[in-house]
Design a protein around this ligand. Structure first.
Ligand SMILES: Cc1cc2nc3c(=O)[nH]c(=O)nc-3n(C[C@H](O)[C@H](O)[C@H](O)COP(=O)(O)OP(=O)(O)OC[C@H]3O[C@@H](n4cnc5c(N)ncnc54)[C@H](O)[C@@H]3O)c2cc1C
Length: 381
């Protein structure tokens, strides 16, 4: 996509956000309603195929363009990005590691949004330590028989296909050698046990999924070779982290923009509060965080697009931008005074949404550990 195509796409998304999303997001979010109409519009905008190669019907966007789109949408309603984001990480696993037959069969339907889904890695007793998963897949003729439970799965209710991380050899050492990634479509044996209630990130469904003697045809093993699932799952996380970082940029910006506007309108002691130094200090810090977060995301996306190793860059972007969203949302609440605690303003949504970015796609504790390890590896004494 050249610069002018990119501009056109960003303009179309911006118009859609102002016309369709901004006026409706508040009510849908508060009632935790899945935004069906917006999902249909996102299909038309091509967002379900944003990063899928053009050869398979997607838009084939570079990570840097995609990150800009994610930040723009998150500035209006962050939850929407989760609906296509984890779907695209599933698609990326197929595009990068799948067999040609899997690419031809699944990617065009993922790109059109006809089949939508996400990533099913986390289990009730493990998230960070993914190698400890217990969901088991046993080969039986031309199928795998899967038993286990996954939790916190985004799009779990509305989606129909998931990249499902399983143990094909629980005794393998190291543990990751016994892990595989399957493309699991909903049918007998695969059910949603419950919708999980959250403080924020509403509208999008997060669910617990149960697999009971669920049969997956062996040709749905991504890449066709057992034991590669852990690498396939974490191989998508660099892009995933850049995306979560871009969401952080969007929420941090939204908190800043609302605060800049409010601080000029609200008066105390005869002048707008933006003329009080205490508020100016906050605005100055918030704006600097936004700019730094945006630059870190751009830097990580550029490295990703250039095919460079970028776990450190993506980790820095994800860590900093998500903390920026959290800090800016709390500062926005303070600047709005009592109204920051009101459900009538968007500010309270920002500080309910922001913490998720500090947890998802690898917690921020883990990001700092990844950054430090890479720092040592790249700078041997
Ligand atoms: C709204 C939402 C949506 C999600 N969507 C998905 C999804 O679509 N698919 C999916 O698979 N998962 C999803 N998740 C799960 C998410 O990825 C996990 O919650 C996350 O990876 C953390 O795992 P955990 O909750 O098990 O925490 P734990 O792994 O139990 O961690 C608990 C705490 O210990 C810290 N910790 C753990 N190990 C270390 C260590 N070695 N060193 C230092 N600190 C450590 C962590 O940083 C954290 O602070 C979602 C979660 C939420 C809340």
């Amino acid at each position: 996509m050249n610069a002018s195509d990119e501009r056109q796409m960003l303009d179309a998304i911006s118009r859609w956000l102002e016309r369709e999303v901004r006026p409706k997001a508040h009510a849908l979010e508060h009632d935790d309603i899945y935004p069906e109409e917006m999902v249909a519009q996102m299909k038309e905008l091509g967002l379900f195929g944003a990063t899928i190669p053009q050869l398979y019907g997607g838009l084939g966007l570079a990570a840097s363009t995609y990150a800009r789109i994610v930040a723009m949408i998150s500035e209006v309603w962050m939850s929407l990005t989760g609906i296509f984001n984890s779907h695209l990480i599933m698609a990326a696993a197929v595009a990068r590691y799948g067999t040609e037959a899997q690419k031809q069969r699944f990617l065009p339907k993922f790109a059109s949004g006809e089949i939508r889904g996400g990533l099913a890695l986390t289990e009730p007793d493990c998230g960070t330590d993914l190698q400890a998963i217990r969901t088991r897949a046993v080969r039986s003729g031309s199928d795998y028989i899967v038993n286990g439970t996954k939790t916190w799965i985004s799009n779990g209710i509305q989606g129909s296909c998931f990249a499902l991380l399983v143990k094909t050899d629980p005794a393998a050492q190291p543990r990751h050698k016994g892990m595989s990634l399957l493309l699991a479509e909903k049918r007998d044996g695969f059910r949603v046990s419950r919708k999980l209630e959250k403080i924020g990130y509403k509208g999008i469904d997060s669910a617990e999924l149960i697999f009971e003697d669920y049969r997956v045809p062996a040709d749905c093993l991504i890449g066709g070779e057992e034991g590669r699932g852990f690498h396939h799952a974490i191989g998508g996380l660099e892009l995933g982290r850049i995306n979560v970082a871009a969401r952080g940029v969007g929420v941090a910006n939204a908190a800043l923009k609302d605060s800049v506007a409010y601080a000029q309108l609200r008066k105390t002691f005869g002048k707008p509060i933006c003329e009080h130094q205490a508020i100016q200090l906050k605005l100055g810090e918030m704006a600097t965080r936004c700019e730094a977060a945006r630059l870190l995301v751009e830097n990580a996306a550029r490295a990703y697009d250039a095919g460079e190793r970028c776990d450190m860059e993506a980790g820095m972007a994800k860590y900093f931008a998500s903390e920026a969203a959290l800090e800016n949302s709390i500062e926005a609440m303070r600047i709005h005074g009592g109204y920051g605690y009101s459900k009538e303003f968007n500010v309270e949504r920002y500080y309910r949404d922001a913490p998720l970015m500090c947890i998802g796609e690898g917690t921020n504790e883990m990001q700092r550990i990844i950054i430090a390890k890479q720092l040592i590896a790249r700078n041997p004494a």
